[in-house]
Structure formats: structure tokens, C-alpha cells
Design a protein around this ligand. Structure first.
Ligand code: TYM
Length: 342
């Protein structure tokens, strides 16, 4: 059976990268898979979070899932800390993962930065908790943006080593699902940096709850280059932007990719429409499109956040259904490890 698991951290404003790289893709998958979508509050506290803000942000991510069109009846929506299996399995994986594997994780290096000695040990073992999220449900597919690819490779390594160590095929080898025109949305100010919640400048990202004026301002001020927009002749035979072309004009291709993803159109079509255009014309069209797509989602998020009891009810119901799947899997894991449960 095919089962999807994915998660989003409640660590601040959700942005266009989270929406186009992940959340919108979650919506389309609910027709073909059994889907479990988590708000990963335990991952969030690997970096200090204000407790009140964490509660509000957990509800906001839940509201984003719902506003984007994820159906809480067909899918399971819950926050991680309500289901003990995540922490329990993460401990076992702490004992499976080798230090050398964790030392290779680029996200830890980026997040810990120069202050590595000061980073929490939770941040270091973050990928083990992520593997536990996925494997506590024996999920077969995980939709994510490109930045999570390395963590998913580690999840496969953990599953493989665990199965080999205990001599039983307990866990599947999970497949990443990285698709769409916006698997890596870049900052509006610097095409070499990822659009991110942790970037200090709010002008670097479009948040899911930004209003039309703010979206217009951010796109108007987005960094560009002096040339006219390229045409479809730049694409390679598979319809992709070649790396060299992207590296030469990172901001231009980032904005074009955002347009393609928002319009749900292939890049070739977008390039054909704006070939030779000035950025001013393209930016006006991009603003209209971004407002048309994000506006209703942002409004609905705000409406849902005004009724926290209703959001909490969704999380409570989701957690109960999640436990019903994860608990028997944990029993199987504990038995395989040799834990006695008389
Ligand atoms: P997080 O909260 O950083 O991001 C949530 C999702 O958004 C995607 N994303 C992007 N996609 C395209 N362009 C961007 N600029 C961009 N920024 C973020 C991320 O790839 C992600 O899919 N570790 C995960 C959360 C997690 C998880 C899991 C995911 C915890 N357990 C299990 C999948 C399965 C994270 O920090 O996502």
C-alpha cells in the first residue's frame, strides 16, 4: 500500500517556498494516496521557540494545510508532539545512525553556522526524528522541497541498517517526491540563497498571509538584472533550464519558476509568453498572479486562525487516527529490537 507522510515546521511565517515546494503538492496527492500531514512542533524546538508563539504557529500551519485544500476527513492532520511514537522511534534511531552520517548533513552545518558548539543536541539528531516521523507509519512516499533530499537519503540508510541489524524487513525504503516548477524557491533579494523563514529580511520572501499591497511591493523590489527576459530557446531537450543559464541569471529564472508554478504551466509556456519582455511587464503579471493564487488561501488561513478551537479539534482527531497506525508499528519495532513488554 502507498502511504504519504510529510511535515512542516511551525517556526514562523510560511512562505511561497513552503507553499509551492510542499503544501500545494500535498493537496494533489490526497486523491491517490493515504496521506498523513504533520505539524512538526518537536522539530521546531531544536532552535529556541517562544512557547506562546509556538502554539500560534502550530495552529497557523494547520490552517495553511486546511486553507490550501487538504481535506481533514480524507487525510490525517496532526501535530507531532501528540503522538509519542515519534519520540520513541527517534530514540531507537539515535542508536542506529552513525555519527559520521550526521556529520555529513548540510542543513545542520547551515543552521548551526559558526556557533556549532552552541547548537542544541536536538538540532544535531534532527534527521533521526525526521526518519522516525516517516517510518513510524511505514510511509512509502514523502513529498518535500529539494532542501530535504539529503534527510530522505539518510532515512533510507537508517531503514536499511535497522532492517539488517535486526534481521527483519520492518521498514520500507521511502521514496522522495520532489516535483513541480518550484522545488527550490530562492530569495527575492538574492538568487543564490533559498527563500527561508530564518532570513532576517521579510522582503526576501512572500508570506502566505501577505496582503496584495505587500506582495506587489515585494515583487516590485525583487532583485533582477539589466537584460530582457529569455525565450524558450534557452531550455534543454527535456524542457529544463540548463544549470549554466540559471547560474548566469539566478534572479530571473527564480521569478520565472515562481510564475510557472503559480500558473501551473510548464516553463516553456511561460518563456514563450514573456520572451524579450522587460521585467516591469513581467513583474506586473507575476504580482497579479501571486495575489490571485495566494489571496484566497491567506484569507482562509486568517478566518481559520480566528477559531482556534476548531483548528485544535482537527489536530486532536488527526492525532488519534495517527496513533492507531503508529502504535502497532512501534510494537513491532520494540519486539524486533528485543524490548520486553510483559
Ligand atoms: P520546513 O518546515 O523547513 O519546510 C516545509 C516544506 O517546505 C519546503 N521548502 C521549500 N521548497 C521550495 N523552496 C523553498 N525555498 C523551500 N523552503 C522550504 C521544504 O522542503 C519542506 O518540504 N525537516 C522538514 C520538516 C519535516 C519533514 C518530516 C518533512 C520533519 N519531519 C518528515 C518530510 C517528512 C523541514 O524542516 O521543513
Amino acid at each position: 500500500m502507498k502511504r504519504i507522510f510529510s511535515g512542516v515546521q511551525p517556526t514562523g511565517s510560511l512562505h511561497l517556498g513552503n507553499y509551492l515546494g510542499a503544501i500545494r503538492n500535498f493537496v494533489g496527492l490526497q486523491d491517490d494516496f493515504e496521506c498523513i500531514y504533520c505539524v512538526v512542533d518537536m522539530h521546531a524546538i531544536t532552535v529556541w521557540q517562544d512557547p506562546q508563539a509556538l502554539k500560534a504557529n502550530t495552529r497557523e500551519v494547520t490552517a495553511a494545510y486546511l486553507a490550501a485544500g487538504i481535506d481533514p476527513k480524507r487525510c490525517i492532520i496532526f501535530n507531532q508532539s501528540q503522538v509519542a511514537a515519534h519520540a520513541e522511534l527517534a530514540w531507537i534511531f539515535n542508536c542506529v545512525t552513525r555519527l559520521g552520517w550526521l556529520n555529513r548533513m548540510t542543513q545542520f552545518k547551515e543552521k548551526a553556522g559558526k556557533h556549532r558548539e552552541n547548537a542544541s543536541s536536538g538540532l544535531y539528531v534532527y534527521p533521526n526524528l525526521m526518519a522516525a516521523d516517516i517510518l513510524a507509519y511505514k510511509a512509502t512516499h514523502v513529498p518535500v522541497g529539494e532542501d530535504q533530499k539529503q534527510h530522505l537519503e539518510l532515512t533510507r540508510d537508517i531503514a536499511q541498517k535497522f532492517n539488517k541489524d535486526v534481521g527483519v524487513e520492518v521498514f520500507p525504503l521511502t521514496e522522495p517526491l520532489i516535483f513541480g516548477e518550484a522545488t527550490r524557491v530562492m530569495s527575492l533579494r538574492d538568487g543564490a540563497r533559498k527563500m527561508s523563514k530564518s532570513e532576517p529580511s521579510d522582503m526576501s520572501r512572500i508570506n502566505m498571509t501577505d496582503d496584495a499591497d505587500l506582495i506587489a511591493k515585494k515583487i516590485r523590489r525583487a532583485t533582477t538584472d539589466p537584460d530582457l527576459l529569455p525565450g524558450p530557446e534557452v531550455l534543454d531537450e527535456r524542457g529544463r533550464v540548463p544549470e549554466a543559464a540559471r547560474a548566469a541569471r539566478p534572479e530571473a529564472y527564480n521569478l520565472l519558476g515562481i510564475y510557472a508554478a503559480l500558473a501551473e504551466k510548464p516553463m516553456a509556456g511561460v518563456l514563450a509568453d514573456f520572451s524579450g519582455a522587460q521585467f516591469s511587464r513581467f513583474k506586473a503579471a507575476l504580482t497579479d498572479l501571486a495575489v490571485a493564487v495566494l489571496g484566497p488561501v491567506g484569507d482562509e488561513m486568517q478566518r481559520l486562525c480566528a477559531d482556534p478551537a476548531a483548528v485544535d479539534a482537527v489536530l486532536r482527531d488527526g492525532a488519534e487516527r495517527a496513533r492507531a497506525i503508529a502504535d502497532p508499528i512501534l510494537d513491532e519495532v520494540y519486539d524486533a529490537v528485543g524490548f520486553l513488554r510483559p
